[in-house]
Design a protein around this ligand. Structure first.
Ligand SMILES: *[C@@H]1O[C@H](CO)[C@@H](O)[C@H](O)[C@H]1NC(C)=O
Ligand SMILES: *[C@@H]1O[C@H](CO)[C@@H](O)[C@H](O)[C@H]1NC(C)=O
Ligand SMILES: *[C@@H]1O[C@H](CO)[C@@H](O)[C@H](O)[C@H]1NC(C)=O
Ligand SMILES: *[C@@H]1O[C@H](CO)[C@@H](O)[C@H](O)[C@H]1NC(C)=O
Length: 416
C-alpha cells in the first residue's frame, strides 16, 4: 500500500511541477486532483493479490523518491507518544536537552521531515525488531555516529526492555535485544584509518630530513583496531568520518600535522589532509567490501552539519536559534562559495561521493535535511565551556536519520 501511495504522490508532483508554466494555479490543482483520482481508480482495480506482480513491474520503472529533497513541517502531534524520553540511560549527559532544560527541547521533535515526493514515516520499532531478528548492526565512526546509535538504542529499548550490554569485536558499546537476538553496536573511530602520535626519532628518516619533529601518523591502508573485525561480525554497517579531518586544534597543520603512511612507509612528499582523506576512503571502503560476508548491507552516512554562528567553536560561536533555518539561510551558511564557518559540511561530502561512486555502499544522505536544523543542537545546555553546535539533542534529529536508514534498508532488502 505504501508503494501505491508513493506512486500517486510522485505522479501528482511531477505533473504539477511540469505545469508550472501554466498561468492558472487553479488549473494545476485541478489537474493534479484529477490525476490523483484517476490513479486511485486505476489502482483499486489491481487490489487483488494475484495482480500485484503487475504493480511491481510498474513501480520498478520509476525513480525512487529522493528523501533528501523536502522541507520541515511543524506538527505538534508528530511525536506523540514520544519514541523515548530523557530517562533513557544511554543518552550522553551533554545531549540530554530535556534533562538540561534547553528551552526548546520539546519543540525540536515536533518538526517532521516531509520529502517532496513521498513521506518519511517514523519507523515502527516492534516491526523492525521482528523483521531483523538474529541480525547484527554496527555503527562505525565518530561521536556523531554514536549520537545516531543512541537514538536507535533508546527507540528499541522502549519497546523491548530485555537487553544484554556487551562489546562485540572491539566495540565501544553494544546491546543485544534478547527477545529478538538483534545486536546493535557502536565502534568508535575518528578517521576510520589507524592513527597515533609520531615523534622524530631516526635522523636518517625521510620525514625527519624534511624537518618534521612531531605530528600524527595516519596509516591510510590500516583500519582502526576498534572496528577491524566489524565487517565479519555485522550484517549491516553504517560508516562515517569527516569532523576530525577538519579539526586543526588537534591536527594542527604546523605543530602536529597529519603524516600519511601507506604500506608502512611515509608518503613523500607529504600529502595534505584532503588528499589523505581520499586515500583513506578508498582503502577503507574496499577493505569493508573484501572483509564482509556476502549479503552484508553497507551504508556510508554523509556529513553531519555544524551550525556555529558568530565564530567557530573556540571563538565564541553559538547556535541559539529556536526554529529550523529557511532555505536561503541554509545556503548562506553552507554554500561552498561563501566559505563560512561550517563550510566543511559540503566539502566532506564531495570527498565521500567521489569515493563511494565506484563502491557497493549505499549513501545515507542526511546532510541537507540536517542543514536546516540549527535549532536542534545542545547549544549552551551541553554543559561545556564552549557551545555544542555539532552534536544533536536526544530525542531529536538523529531519530529521523534512523527513519531514513530503516526506510532505505527496506528498499535494499526488497531489491535483493
Ligand atoms: C537527491 O537530491 C539531492 C539534493 O537535490 C541531490 O544532491 C542528490 O543527487 C539526489 N539524489 C539522487 C539519488 O538523485
Ligand atoms: C532543570 O530543571 C529542573 C526543574 O526546574 C531542576 O530540578 C534541574 O536542576 C534543572 N537541570 C539543570 C541541568 O539545570
Ligand atoms: C543470534 O544471531 C546470530 C547472528 O546474528 C546467530 O549467529 C546466532 O546463532 C543467533 N542465536 C540464536 C540463539 O538464534
Ligand atoms: C576560506 O576561509 C579560510 C579562513 O576562514 C581561509 O583560510 C581559506 O583560504 C578560504 N578558502 C577559500 C577557498 O577561499
Amino acid at each position: 500500500m505504501a508503494g501505491v501511495r508513493d506512486h500517486h504522490t510522485k505522479r501528482t508532483y511531477s505533473l504539477s511541477t511540469g505545469a508550472t508554466h501554466s498561468s492558472s494555479r487553479t488549473s494545476i490543482l485541478l489537474l493534479s486532483l484529477l490525476c490523483t483520482a484517476s490513479l486511485y481508480l486505476a489502482f483499486s482495480l489491481f487490489k487483488s493479490p494475484s495482480l500485484s506482480p503487475t504493480f511491481h513491474s510498474l513501480s520498478d520503472n520509476r525513480t525512487p523518491c529522493n528523501y533528501s529533497e523536502g522541507k520541515w513541517i511543524y506538527d505538534p502531534t508528530v511525536r506523540s507518544p514520544p519514541r523515548y524520553d530523557s530517562t533513557c540511560k544511554e543518552i550522553f549527559k551533554g545531549w540530554n536537552c530535556i534533562a538540561s532544560n534547553k528551552s526548546n527541547a520539546f519543540e525540536i521533535i515536533k518538526w517532521r521531515w516531509k520529502p517532496n515526493e513521498c513521506d518519511l514515516p517514523q519507523f515502527d520499532p516492534v516491526a523492525f525488531l521482528r523483521l531483523y531478528r538474529n541480525t547484527n548492526i554496527g555503527f562505525v565512526g565518530d561521536s556523531l555516529n554514536r549520537n545516531m546509535f543512541v537514538s536507535l538504542f533508546c527507540t528499541l529499548k522502549r519497546v523491548s526492555g530485555e537487553v544484554r550490554k556487551w562489546r562485540p569485536v572491539g566495540a565501544d558499546r553494544g546491546f543485544t535485544f534478547l527477545q529478538y537476538n538483534l545486536t546493535i553496536a557502536y565502534h568508535r573511530t575518528n578517521l576510520l584509518a589507524r592513527y597515533g602520535s609520531w615523534l622524530a626519532s631516526d635522523s636518517n628518516g625521510k620525514l625527519e630530513s624534511l624537518g618534521y619533529k612531531e605530528g600524527y601518523r595516519v596509516d591510510v591502508d590500516v583500519p582502526d583496531g576498534t572496528w577491524a573485525e566489524a565487517p565479519t561480525f555485522h550484517d549491516i554497517l553504517i560508516l562515517n568520518t569527516g569532523h576530525w579531518w577538519w579539526a586543526p586544534s588537534k591536527f594542527d597543520p604546523v605543530k602536529s600535522p597529519m603524516l600519511f603512511f601507506e604500506k608502512g612507509l611515509p608518503l613523500v612528499p607529504p600529502v595534505s589532509p584532503d588528499v589523505g582523506l581520499d586515500m583513506v576512503l578508498r582503502h577503507m571502503t574496499s577493505f569493508v567490501e573484501r572483509k564482509s560476508r556476502p549479503g552484508t548491507v553497507l551504508f556510508f552516512r554523509t556529513q553531519s552539519p555544524r551550525h556555529f554562528e558568530g565564530g567557530d567553536w573556540d571563538q565564541g560561536g553559538s547556535c541559539q536559534r529556536l526554529q529550523p533555518l529557511m532555505p536561503q539561510q541554509v545556503e548562506e551558511l553552507f554554500a561552498l562559495k561563501n566559505n563560512a564557518t561550517n563550510v566543511e559540511t559540503r566539502l566532506v561530502n564531495q570527498h565521500l561521493y567521489k569515493a563511494l561512486k565506484s563502491s557497493t555502499f549505499h549513501v545515507l544522505d542526511i546532510t541537507h535535511m540536517s542543514e536546516y536544523r540549527a535549532d536542534a543542537h545542545p547549544s549552551t545546555s551541553g554543559g561545556k565551556k564552549h557551545d555544542d553546535c555539532m552534536h544533536w539533542c536526544l530525542p531529536g534529529l538523529t531519530d529521523v536519520w534512523n527513519d531514513l536508514f530503516i526506510a532505505q534498508l527496506k528498499r535494499v532488502k526488497v531489491k535483493s
